[in-house]
Design a protein around this ligand. Sequence first.
Ligand code: C5P
Length: 232
Amino acid sequence: MGKDVIVACDFSSKEQVFDFLDKFTNRKPFVKIGMELFYAEGPQIVREIKARGHKIFLDLKLHDIPNTVKKSMAVLSNLDVDMTNLHAAGTITMMEGALEGLTRPDGTRPILIAVTQLTSTDQERMEKDLLIKEPIDKVVMHYASNAAKAGLDGVVCSPLEAGKVHEICGDNFITVTPGVRFADGDVGDQKRVMTPEQAKKIGSDYIVVGRPITAAVDPVAAYERCVREFCD
Ligand code: C5P
């Protein structure tokens, strides 16, 4: 599994994202496009960023009935993204439908990963709002193993959970981990963070890094530092 740094392009317009990407003249980073940019600019933004030579993780977190997810995944697959995701809470049947929809006629498909429990959901909210009484760690691991059973490639998780996910779902099951900060950087609103080097040691396959790169004085240098600490 090749390790890579994915840059979270949390911008709300095409101008902002292109201003940012124009700074990268040598290496073309793997970028994450989320709902904000996708809903603002539509699918054309994916085609344009792809045409500039970037790999794309389209982070739209699908969750609907299996048939709708299957058909929507077929559309995303035609957009030629490299990675996309859904909510494991949609059930194993929904995840199987998603994989089917995502698979192109030639048998290739983007990497498909699942969100287990969002990191914004804590034990109290899960119990009170969702009526899930099990410990949150157990729920996360159960959802990860459901994703593996459905044939998905991996999960988005905290770097702190990556080791356990690999223990349960195998070394080849991909862990994509946000919540990464430089040792000497701002934590911001993230609660449980790790440096790129620690994320590498614990076995993350991809780190998702937003503000430590996008808000840096020199974003290219910050990206290169992430790559050095995580990939080399
Ligand atoms: O700026 P920062 O490095 O905190 O950005 C992290 C990115 O990863 C954001 O796009 C955020 O929405 C996403 N993310 C996260 N935690 C999760 C899932 C996704 O921070 N559990």
